[in-house]
Design a protein around this ligand. Structure first.
Ligand code: HEM
Ligand code: HEM
Length: 175
């Protein structure tokens, strides 16, 4: 759905920036916790799982809002292929934001480790561990994160290029 609006609506902007912050923190926490054997490692892992579930919940809300919201068109100076690549990269980001927490969830399910979300509730797991499935989802989680980091580098680079070089309204549409 596209119309003449020049900015994403408030809900989309709030969700974009709060989720960006959350995802950066999750990547940082994930990379730190798998490389440490300190006593805080397990606390961080618990927080990683709980906030990862929050990221999944926020994403579902964002999908619902996205399909009901008009979005600003990209600048008319962009070629058809650039517009297509921009749209593709956004959908790739959405797909990765779905795959990453889902693979984390399934990894824990097949490890037979229930997820305790901040002592509020527990997401149940398989009764017995299935090491092969656990390994597949663990590998998938790590690979999807690497792809996310690569796509984000392009995403952030593109936003800065639009703002400082092309000086069009793309970054402003999300501010
Ligand atoms: C936005 C969501 C998430 C992001 C960005 C994220 C990111 C990461 C990263 C960067 C790592 C380190 C990977 C490595 O270097 O091997 C990691 C590991 C891990 N994540 Fe996540 N994660 C997310 C959600 C979740 C969720 C929802 C769960 C489970 C409920 C989870 C469970 C784990 C576990 C158990 C590990 C350790 C895997 C191992 O032992 O190697 N993650 N995550
Ligand atoms: C410093 C970091 C970031 C900057 C400067 C930035 C900038 C932007 C800008 C300017 C747009 C609008 C693009 C357009 O109109 O075509 C946008 C859209 C988007 N951003 Fe980011 N972003 C950042 C971080 C992130 C992160 C961490 C994620 C998720 C992992 C993300 C996911 C998205 C998605 C999915 C859209 C498409 C919105 C839609 O059309 O529904 N961004 N971003």
């Amino acid at each position: 759905m596209t119309d003449q609006t020049t900015r994403f609506n408030l809900a989309m902007r709030v969700l974009h920036w709060s989720m960006a912050l959350l995802i950066f923190a999750m990547i940082f926490a994930g990379l730190t916790m798998v490389r440490a054997l300190e006593p805080w490692q397990l606390t961080l892992l618990g927080l990683h799982k709980a906030f990862g579930m929050l990221a999944l919940l926020l994403l579902l809300l964002r999908f619902l809002i996205r399909i009901k919201s008009p979005t600003p068109s990209l600048p008319s100076g962009m070629s058809t292929i650039q517009v297509k690549l921009a749209k593709l990269s956004h959908w790739l980001l959405y797909v990765l934001m779905l795959i990453i927490p889902t693979s984390g969830l399934l990894m824990q399910y097949y490890a037979a480790r229930p997820i305790v979300v901040l002592d509020l509730f527990t997401i149940p797991a398989a009764m017995v561990p299935h090491i092969e499935y656990f390994a597949v989802f663990r590998e998938g989680h790590g690979l999807a994160v690497l792809l996310l980091i690569a796509v984000l580098a392009v995403h952030i680079g593109a936003a800065l290029y639009h703002h400082f070089i092309r000086k069009d309204g793309v970054l402003k549409s999300m501010l």
